[in-house]
Each structure stands twice: as structure tokens, then as C-alpha cells.
Design a protein around this ligand. Structure first.
Ligand code: PXG
Ligand code: PLP
Length: 458
């Protein structure tokens, strides 16, 4: 029997002996994030345990994790090395203040992380989430230009359909309308957006990077003509936009953005909160796509999702621009109580060990051809208007149901969960991004469950 199948059988056997976890009798107090609270609480989906590729639901079912939790559990669940590292760390050093103090493992981790970054990106600033990593990146960009005597460079440029977390900077440069409209008048001033790159008319059913759309980067030139380069601080994009439904960069697009930024002295920020740590087959999307930004934001897979951590990576040039005042002066007035928290650091170190030992940061590359064949086999099923893939990410887009946008996406998500598979819906797009330890048999299992759902979609 295959190892994972054995583990699954063991989990099933264990489940038979242990009582299922009761649903808490009052679900009311918890205001759940990005959730239809009333709908959820009328039919809750609670997860009670996890190991390897599988969750265990509160009603005792085994659920294949097709989503790495929420794009973060890249090495699979409950990995012993990571569990042990966190357990030992909390007993050894539970907390250390990060302002004017340090702890040894934070420095070890930093050296190891920057070794994974593209050439030239060699410093890291810590936070607790992708959202905070983004705020940190935007603030560093503004402060960097000021340090160099270009304080007029304050304009930030994001992209339509971009997701950069939920804090004010992130939603200002972000481009998901529902995340912005309720907060409209308080978004940051001086922000523009590039057009998104999603083009089903030209690129539907692309395998890997879409062929058409590099010219959409030229919109940045137009913004420079409109505002003048001396007013623009930075451009932030996700190399692959995850949250909005897996939008891959057209061939040549990122390089063109890089060229325009270079021409005008604009910083280029890659938000790699989802792309990083092996999802696309390399430690960073920057490396995979051969385009090096000035700043990279990461989170999620940095600790395999176990302990919250965000990280903002910068070039030596950016770091050095801050290191020229008096030595007793604080160079950047920014930081979090939990920057480089010992538990997160311990989890990250053990996560990097696990990734290295098992070759996980490049494993998506090996599995990608198999994955691509499997997902594109859904072409022709009812309502499917696009399928796209890269590394160990895939998305299936459905035509909206006449009763409303999002109905089909939500239905696929719920039906899949009931049949034992966790996927993610964004409107009428379903994303799949399993842990990088997935076997070919489990890829088959994932798509077999999904097929059962899609064949019955009305
Ligand atoms: N940037 C990017 C590119 C992200 O994908 C964040 C920032 C924010 O990270 P935190 O850790 O603050 O959530 C993210 C997070 C989805 C989904 O539906 C994606 C994310 C979060 C929640 C849901 O695909 N990405
Ligand atoms: N609010 C108050 C009143 C605080 O004292 C602090 C930190 O000291 C914060 C917010 C910020 O919290 P954190 O550093 O965890 O982001």
C-alpha cells in the first residue's frame, strides 16, 4: 500500500475509536473573517485535526487538503520536525522583545532566508502576516526615496484585481472591489492602478503562462507621462495573482514592468505571499520568472502556516540607503511587538529544513506536467469557461449562473467539501493548490472528487 494511503487508513481507524469533536453549542460570538457568518453558522464546517495531506472534519470525515489550508501549508500538516521545534521553543524562549533586543535564531533564520532570495536581495524585515509584510514594503519604499533626497516620490501604483492583504495600504493599492468599497474615502491618496491581465478572449485554456498581454505593462509608461516619474515611489504586483482567482502573468509582462521601473527609478515590489516557498516550482516567483524586483513580500509558507509570520525582503541598496545617519539613530521607525517572534522563527527554521530535505521548493516543477494534464481534462464540462495552471496551482472558471455571480463557485466549494476535498472559491473561480508533498495518486484522488462535483453542476 502507498505510504499516504496507509496513513489515511490509520487516521480512519483512529477515527473509528475516538468520538467525533462536538460542534460548540454557541457559534455566535466569533465574527468570522471573509465569511458569510449567518450562512456558515446555519451549517458549520469545522476542522478538528490534520495530518499530511488530510484534514479531519468535526463530524469525523477525512478531507483531502486541496488548498494547503489557505495557500500556506506547503509541506503538509503536522510535520514532526516543525511540531517539535515549536514545542521546544516555547519552553526555551517564549518571547523576546524585538526593539533594541534580539535572539540568536532570528539572525540564523535571516541568513538562511536571504540565501533563498534572488541575487541582490539580502535583508529581511519581519512582521506577522502578509498584510503587514505589504504595509512594511510600502513604508520602506516611501522612506527609501526620502532617505535619498527624493521625498516627492510618494505615489504608489497597484493593479486591478490585485490582493495585498486587508490593511489600509494594502487595500489602497489592491484592486478587489469588495475589499475597498466600504472604506472608500479613507484609502491612501496618490494611488493608481494598472489594468489587470485577465483576458479570456485571447488566453482562455492557456497551459502555463498566457501568451498575450505583455503590452498591458505599458500602462505604467502612461502613468509616468501623466504624473511624472519624480512623483512615483513604487509599483506593487503579485507575480501570479492568487486571491482573485489565479491570474498568471502574460509572457514578457513582468520583464516589461521591470524595464519601465528601471528607466524611471521606480521601485518594483513583488508580493509573493502566495507565490513564494515552492508553489510555482522555485523558492520565489522572481527566480522562476527570471525577473528580480527591489522588494519581495512573503508570509504563509514561511512557517508552513503553523505560526503567523510575514517577511519583507529588500536589496542591499535599499538597506544601505538607511544606514548612513548617526550610528545611535534608529534608522526606520517601524516594527511590530511580534517581529521575529521566537515561535515563528523556530517554526520557519524547521520549515526550511523540511523543504530542503524533501526537495519541496522545486517539487511543483516535477509534478507540473502531470497536474496540467489532469486539470485540463475538465475542458468541455458544463459551464467551464477557462482552466489555467502553473506549478502546483490550478484554477477552473465557470460562467456565472443566471441567478448571480459566485453561486456556482460556492456550490462547487461546498459540494467538494462534502465529498472530502477542500478547495477555494473566489467568485465563480475555483482554485486548487495542494501541499507540495502530494503524490500522483492523491492528485488523481483530488481530481476524481472534483469531477464528481463538476459533472453535476447546474
Ligand atoms: N498578499 C497576497 C498576495 C496574498 O495572497 C496577503 C497579501 C495577505 O496575507 P495575510 O497573511 O494578511 O492574509 C495575501 C493573502 C484567497 C485568500 O481567497 C488569499 C489570501 C488570504 C485569504 C484568502 O485566495 N492571501
Ligand atoms: N495598540 C497599542 C495600544 C499598542 O500599545 C501597540 C503596541 O505596543 C499596538 C497597538 C501595536 O501592536 P503590535 O506591535 O502587536 O502590532
Amino acid at each position: 500500500m502507498h505510504l499516504d494511503a496507509r496513513r489515511r487508513a490509520a487516521m480512519t481507524a483512529e477515527r473509528a475509536q475516538t468520538p467525533t469533536v462536538p460542534v460548540p453549542n454557541d457559534l455566535d460570538a466569533f465574527w468570522m473573517p471573509f465569511t458569510a457568518n449567518r450562512q456558515f453558522k446555519s451549517a458549520p464546517r469545522l476542522l478538528a485535526g490534520a495530518e499530511g495531506m488530510y484534514y479531519r472534519s468535526h463530524d469525523g470525515r477525512t478531507v483531502l487538503d486541496g488548498m494547503s489550508g489557505l495557500w500556506c501549508v506547503n509541506a503538509g500538516h503536522a510535520r514532526p520536525r516543525i511540531v517539535k521545534a515549536v514545542q521546544e521553543q516555547v519552553a526555551e524562549l517564549d518571547y523576546a522583545p524585538p526593539f533594541q533586543m534580539g535572539h540568536p535564531k532570528a539572525f540564523q533564520l535571516s541568513s538562511r532566508l536571504v540565501d533563498l532570495m534572488p541575487e541582490g536581495i539580502d535583508h529581511v524585515f519581519y512582521s506577522n502576516s502578509g498584510s503587514e509584510a505589504v504595509e512594511t514594503a510600502l513604508k520602506i519604499a516611501l522612506a527609501y526615496h526620502r532617505q535619498r533626497g527624493e521625498a516627492g516620490r510618494t505615489r504608489l501604483i497597484g493593479r486591478e484585481r490585485g490582493y495585498h492583504g486587508v490593511n489600509f495600504g494594502g487595500i489602497s493599492v489592491g484592486g478587489m472591489v469588495a475589499n475597498r468599497k466600504a472604506f472608500g474615502s479613507n484609502l491612501l491618496p496618490g494611488v493608481d492602478h494598472l489594468p489587470h491581465t485577465h483576458d479570456l478572449a485571447r488566453n482562455a485554456f492557456s497551459r502555463g503562462l498566457p501568451r498575450h498581454g505583455a503590452e498591458l505593462a505599458n500602462a505604467l509608461e502612461r502613468l509616468v507621462q501623466l504624473h511624472d516619474a519624480s512623483t512615483i515611489a513604487a509599483v506593487i504586483v503579485e507575480p501570479m495573482a492568487g486571491s482573485t482567482g489565479v491570474l498568471l502573468p502574460p509572457e514578457g509582462y513582468l520583464q516589461r514592468l521591470r524595464d519601465i521601473c528601471d528607466k524611471y527609478g521606480i521601485l518594483l515590489i513583488f508580493d509573493e505571499v502566495i507565490c513564494g516557498f515552492g508553489r510555482l516550482g522555485a523558492p520565489t516567483a522572481a527566480e522562476k520568472f527570471g525577473v528580480t524586483p527591489d522588494i519581495i513580500t512573503m508570509a504563509k509558507g514561511i512557517t508552513n502556516g503553523t505560526v503567523p509570520m510575514g517577511a519583507t525582503f529588500v536589496t542591499g541598496e535599499i538597506f544601505d540607503a538607511f544606514m548612513n545617519g548617526p550610528e545611535n539613530a534608529i534608522e526606520l521607525f517601524h516594527g511590530y511587538t511580534y517581529s521575529a517572534h521566537p515561535l515563528a522563527v523556530a517554526a520557519a527554521l524547521a520549515t526550511l529544513d523540511t523543504y530542503a530535505e524533501e526537495g519541496l521548493l522545486t517539487r511543483a516543477d516535477e509534478l507540473a506536467p502531470y497536474w496540467e494534464e489532469k486539470i485540463h481534462a475538465f475542458r468541455g464540462l458544463p459551464h467551464v469557461i477557462d482552466i489555467r495552471n502553473y506549478g502546483l496551482v490550478g484554477a477552473i472558471e465557470f460562467a456565472a449562473h443566471p441567478v448571480g455571480v459566485g453561486k456556482r463557485g460556492y456550490k462547487v466549494f461546498v459540494d467538494a467539501y462534502e465529498k472530502g476535498l477542500l478547495v477555494r472559491a473566489s467568485g465563480d473561480i475555483i482554485a486548487v493548490a495542494p501541499p507540495l508533498i502530494i503524490s500522483k495518486e492523491q492528485i488523481d484522488e483530488l481530481f476524481a472528487i472534483l469531477r464528481g462535483v463538476l459533472e453535476n453542476l447546474d
